[in-house]
Write a protein that binds this ligand. Structure first.
Ligand code: ZN
Ligand code: MN
Length: 450
């Protein structure tokens, strides 16, 4: 199969694209963030394009390694009739960026658009709060070859958008998904609004197309709707051509100037895209690929790592954050910021571990207590009696006691049941209140028994 995506996401701005109405459309009561411009009333002329929206679109284009349409860009009118669009046309810009790339998927172009209102067909009501909110549309080449690849790409793309700070997240996403299999026509699925939805729609559609082909039925070029509740796609209309939209440049809007120094300035100040950051973490800090990927999955976590890496061994810190910290975050369903764990706390616990003031196991118990805790890791450790690794002679003493008290386990071990050593390790842990190092304990027990 071949799959290409057209992804719409709202740009992060305070006001709308062609008027000064606010963009917080979800909190506001219906039809309160409106004016004659975003209602498209006859005679109401749009303001010049919101500069912040253009800046954000440029930044995202650059983060996705696009070339930039320098000089002059302008908006076109794309005509269609629907109750959420009283003007009868959607304003959509010529490409701002083009020929980009993200993890092996080529990006054909990126342009800006205005969001239409929200029409509720069951009630016959339109809420225009959303009308005129700036969107970015990202169009890929058909470079994905399975539903899984499309899902991966969307996850990575949403991550770039969130990193950029210039766009809103998956919650505002609407994607059109094109899919064809060899020998068949291209089918477009409209208005998919989550990554999971895109994945399921693709899964369904590939099977549908393969079945048609097996039965010798032509796969028509058409637009289909994905019905999330039933996880199927149904025909909407046979595919329109670009001609049907009667594109013309919008004569009400002045063209937008894109200056060379503006591009340079954005390049200098824009956040590093996550895929580029992961690559840098590997090169600069010597992290392995998977660790770099996990740590850059969240911007705050990546920033925290870089802070921590200034103070302690980056590889040790990276591995610990990926294994232990991430385990606790996942368990609590926190992202790093929500955990309230500071970089100072991380440095402190890593120092405790590296200076062998606590065992790995004690470290695990301490980190579990760290989220939203006013106490430092050391204080938590002291409270739990975990600070200070018990000296080897005390472990030897405990090991001897464990052997004396558990002749059956010792016998089992001698007869080849090597697992019974774990039982004895457990006894030593109990006797030393968890302060013995498990690896050392195994060695001591083996020596004593043998
Ligand atoms: Zn308005
Ligand atoms: Mn569009």
């Amino acid at each position: 199969m071949k799959c290409g995506l057209e992804i719409h996401v709202q740009l992060e701005t305070k006001s709308k694209l062609f008027c000064n109405c606010p963009t917080n459309y979800k909190e506001a009561p219906a039809n309160t963030n409106i004016c004659p411009v975003c209602l498209n009333q006859p005679g109401a002329k749009p303001f010049p394009t919101n500069e912040k929206a253009l800046e954000n679109a440029l930044m995202i284009s650059l983060m996705l390694n696009c070339k930039i349409e320098k000089g002059t860009a302008y908006f076109m009118r794309k005509h269609y009739d629907y109750p959420d669009l009283p003007s009868g046309y959607q304003r959509t810009s010529i490409p701002i960026g083009y020929e980009g790339e993200l993890n092996g998927v080529r990006i054909r172009e990126i342009h800006m658009e205005e969001d239409p209102g929200q029409y509720k067909p069951d009630k016959g009501v339109v809420d225009f709060n959303r009308s005129g909110i700036p969107l970015i549309e990202i169009v890929t080449e058909p470079d994905m070859h399975s539903p899984e690849e499309a899902r991966n790409f969307l996850n990575q793309l949403i991550r770039v958008l969130e990193y950029s700070g210039g766009a809103r997240g998956e919650g505002t996403m609407r994607a059109d998904v094109n899919v064809s299999i060899e020998g068949g026509n291209r089918v477009e699925m409209k208005n998919i609004n989550s990554i999971k939805g895109a994945y399921k729609a693709l899964k369904f559609e590939v099977v549908r197309q393969k079945n048609l082909m097996k039965r010798g039925i032509e796969i028509k070029q058409e637009t289909r709707a994905y019905l999330e509740s039933q996880m199927i796609t149904v025909s909407m209309r046979s595919k329109e051509n670009a001609d049907d939209y009667r594109f013309i440049p919008d004569p009400d809007l002045p063209p937008m100037k894109i200056y060379d120094n503006q591009i340079e300035e954005i390049k200098e100040t824009m956040p590093e895209a996550p895929h580029n950051k992961a690559r840098r973490f590997e090169e600069e800090y010597g992290l392995d690929k998977e660790t770099a990927k996990v740590l850059t999955s969240e911007l705050d976590l990546a920033d925290a790592f870089e802070e921590v890496a200034k103070e302690v061994d980056p590889v040790f810190a990276g591995n610990w954050m990926r294994e232990e910290l991430k385990r606790v975050l996942t368990y609590n369903k926190f992202d790093f910021t929500e955990s309230g764990i500071s970089t100072e706390d991380i440095v402190e616990i890593i120092n405790l571990l590296q200076n062998k003031e606590i065992t790995t196991k004690a470290g695990q118990r301490i980190v579990e207590q760290m989220p939203n805790n006013k106490k430092s890791p050391k204080e938590i450790g002291e409270e739990l009696g975990l600070i200070g690794i018990v000296k080897e002679d005390a472990v030897v003493k405990a090991a001897k006691q464990a052997i004396d008290e558990n002749p059956k386990a010792v016998n089992d071990y001698k007869e080849g049941q090597k697992n019974s050593i774990n039982f004895l390790v457990g006894q030593v842990m109990r006797l030393t209140k968890g302060k013995a190092d498990p690896g050392e304990t195994v060695k001591i027990l083996k020596d004593l028994i043998e």
